[in-house]
Design a protein around this ligand. Structure first.
Ligand code: SF4
Length: 724
């Protein structure tokens, strides 16, 4: 990983040389900026502070922002290039209206009136719930709140969900089940103070690069690092212990580690009896998961399982961090709960240097799931099925509780319902399901069946090509508001430039549609500051309480951790201090789930595990990062990572073309032969579209609780397709 702590781009080139291909076409824009704007990176959930250089209403470069405490001026390869999306020739600058010959530029009046009349027609013909809304977790807290309000009040549909359904929901559901609240337990500043860290299912150094710095600091302070993954990812290469788990076997591995801990008495019985429930069932469950039995299921040598327990069990302080690797499964919630068992059994949570966190993937992965744009959630993290919560929110909005829709379908279920012909209309914002949802062929068929589709975005993403109307929305640097990073810190985004051409701010588009749908008084916002005031007031007394925050405070204090229930409350960086959990009885809950295999396991016909993930230079469905040339140069196309043993068996050499097939489709791509992956597994990154889309192959089966698809494991076959 290259991190940047330098004052200028020239110094960066001096240090790292031209091999990073960092110089933009046309060279550096060395003009004096009109202003420097302190704001944040638009990509991952670390939300590093950055200063954008602005000249003539264009972002022309950046400088580090060293005072911001999360990253202290450091930025990763994506962060230093994030400004290059501004002024890209593909930037949408006016609404697009579908015509017989494709798209034509239209007026805003056309875009709004066509959309409103289609919403009315579809809902009058098929019912309110026949029109769905899909939001995104890269958007601000203000927009997440607005999306939920728009769907419930203006569209009056229950079918609203968001692309975080493909990301953090297994962790969110498990956190609520175990702790009663959905947030990382510790600030990241606790990481360097710990003695041992388990990193499981997280390609940390590529997906959340600046967090790696915290791990290295912990290691410098003497901490042991344990990495669990089917691939020796860059962070795995520096680990004290690496456990190469077979894809889809994570909960079994936890049970095996806990078995050894119980056997050796590395359990905090006092903490368990005073602060938790459900331990007896877990202790009973793990009895049969001896290291040898666990080795047979997981492929991890028994000696490594024992070693892991020996390092983790008796430690004085510990942190457990995980990401999508254990969450993207049909048993993602069970996997997370099994890892939480490892934490609770030691009592090492709610203390400085001891605790637990899930690493959010998207820029506002945390805040995007808090303010009501999920199908089962109302503002303040309230439950849409809880009568008291429904009353609180409907009273706050001044509507009848009976008019507040109930729980709707999740993101993948909405696409399924479109395919079945039950949902006829869709409005989406900052979501690219054609690339990001498994089984692309089915998603494409569903999109073709829509009677009306409106998409709000700043680039014409692959899904938006199916739209009847594309609204030219806004980039992150064109608006202001707040996001909440992966540690639960709400931070301030400042506006650097205004949208180009005839493009509009996302919230202006949503508010205008809300007004035209007859809900003027609910969508009379003139600024995100007004939305934040309403959001924080709506959250008061809820599980996720922002009511003590203002834009000014958030900016002045370099972020505030929720809960922050009063203007003089300092915020809550560390949860669960004193063993007080957020369940009504104050106790954390153990959960005992028997290991079960993936929805689609390997067999004779499809004998190889297929898994997916990210690369450092790309972000999500690539809508932004595939348009930044120097990021494209770093990893121009998807490669199929495979071990030399597997490659040898199949007669494949590095960069040969290989055909990878699952029961849903096939793709042809170059092989990348590496020793850092299990020999029974291939890995393909998912940032590309069309014939290069990994999600042509993945399995759409869902976790029964979180409704997340099983991106991380299915069965495939691989053969050589040609040489290059
Ligand atoms: Fe920081 Fe993440 Fe942006 Fe990299 S991508 S600069 S780690 S916020």
């Amino acid at each position: 990983m290259a991190t940047l702590t330098l004052k200028s781009e020239e110094a960066y080139i001096d240090q790292f040389g031209p091999t990073l291909n960092y110089t933009p076409v046309g060279g550096w824009d060395s003009r004096e900026p009109d202003k420097m704007v302190k704001t944040h990176c638009c990509f991952c959930g670390v939300q590093c502070g950055i200063q954008l250089k602005v000249k003539d209403n264009r972002v022309i470069g950046f400088e580090p922002w060293e005072e911001f405490p999360v990253n202290r001026g450091k930025l990763c390869p994506k962060g230093v290039k994030r400004y290059m999306q501004n002024e890209h020739p593909d930037r949408l600058k006016a609404p697009l209206i579908r015509s017989e010959d494709g798209f034509r530029e239209g007026t805003w009046e056309e875009a709004y009136s066509k959309t409103v009349s289609e919403i009315r027609r579809i809902q009058q013909s098929y019912g309110k719930d026949s029109f769905a809304f899909l939001g995104g977790a890269s958007m601000t807290n203000e927009k997440a709140y607005l999306n939920g309000k728009f769907a419930r009040i203006a569209l009056q549909t229950k079918n609203i969900d968001y692309n975080g359904r493909l990301c953090m929901v297994s962790a969110g559901a498990a956190n609520k089940m175990a702790f009663g609240i959905d947030r990382a337990a510790n600030p990241w500043s606790d990481i360097p103070k710990t003695d041992v860290i388990i990193l499981t299912g997280t390609n940390l150094a590529e997906c959340f690069p600046i967090l790696t710095d915290y791990i290295w600091k912990a290691r410098d302070n003497g901490a042991k690092i344990i990495v669990i993954d089917p691939r020796i990812t860059p962070i795995g290469r520096t680990a004290d212990l690496f456990l190469p788990v077979r894809p889809g076997r994570d909960s079994a591995l936890c049970h095996g580690i806990l078995h050894v801990m119980v056997k050796n008495g590395w359990i905090d019985e006092d903490f368990i009896s005073e602060h938790t429930e459900g331990w007896d069932a877990v202790r009973e469950l793990v009895k049969k998961y001896t290291p040898e039995h666990t080795e047979k299921i997981t492929g991890v040598p028994a000696a490594s399982i024992i070693k892991c327990a020996e390092i983790w069990g008796p430690a004085k302080k510990s942190m457990l961090l995980h990401a999508r690797g254990i969450e993207h499964h049909t048993k993602g919630v069970e996997n997370v709960l099994s890892y939480i068992n490892l934490v609770l059994s030691t009592g090492r949570i709610g203390q400085e240097g001891s605790g637990y966190g899930t690493i959010t993937g998207q820029g506002n992965g945390q805040g995007g799931r808090e303010h009501g744009q999920r199908c089962n959630q109302l503002p303040g993290g309230r439950d849409i099925n809880n009568p008291a919560h429904r009353r609180q929110v409907s009273d706050f909005w001044g509507i009848n509780e009976t008019d507040l829709p109930g729980e709707g379908l999740t993101a993948c279920e909405i696409i399924d319902a479109i395919e079945r012909g039950e949902i006829k209309g869709l409005l989406s914002i900052s979501f690219n399901p054609l690339v990001s949802i498994p089984d692309t062929a089915r998603t494409r068929k569903a999109l073709e069946k829509l009677e009306y589709y409106g998409a709000i975005d700043f680039f014409l993403n692959e899904t938006a090509r199916f739209a009847d109307v594309v609204f030219a929305g806004s980039l992150q640097e064109e608006d202001h508001g707040t996001v909440t990073n992966g540690e639960g810190r709400c931070i301030r985004l400042n506006q650097s430039v205004t949208p180009p051409g005839d493009a509009k701010l996302d919230w202006e588009i949503i508010c205008e549609l809300g007004k035209r749908l007859g809900q003027e008084r609910h969508f009379a916002f003139t600024d995100p500051g007004e939305m934040f005031k309403e959001l924080t007031a709506a959250s008061k007394g809820g599980p996720i309480d922002y009511s003590g925050m203002t834009h000014e405070r958030v900016e002045r204090e370099h972020g505030l951790f929720w809960p922050c229930p009063a203007p003089d409350h300092p915020g809550t960086p560390r949860l669960f201090e004193g063993g007080q959990f957020a369940h009504a009885d104050g106790r954390a809950k153990f959960h005992a789930f028997e290991y079960r295999p993936p929805a689609e396991d390997v067999d004779q016909e499809y004998p190889i595990f297929f898994t997916t993930g990210r690369v450092v230079s790309q972000y999500l469905s690539g809508t932004q990062t595939r348009r930044i040339g120097s990021l494209v140069d770093q990893y121009p196309e998807p490669l199929c990572e495979m071990h030399p043993i597997l490659a040898g068996k199949l007669g494949i050499k590095d960069r040969d073309l290989v055909r990878v097939a699952t029961r849903r489709g096939e793709m042809t791509l170059p092989a990348q032969v590496v020793k850092s992956i299990r020999p029974d597994t291939v890995f393909v990154p998912y940032h590309w579209s069309g014939k290069k889309a990994a999600n042509q192959l993945t399995n759409r089966r869902l976790d029964p609780i979180s409704k997340i698809p099983e991106f991380k494991v299915c069965a495939c076959k691989v053969e050589k397709a040609g040489s290059r």
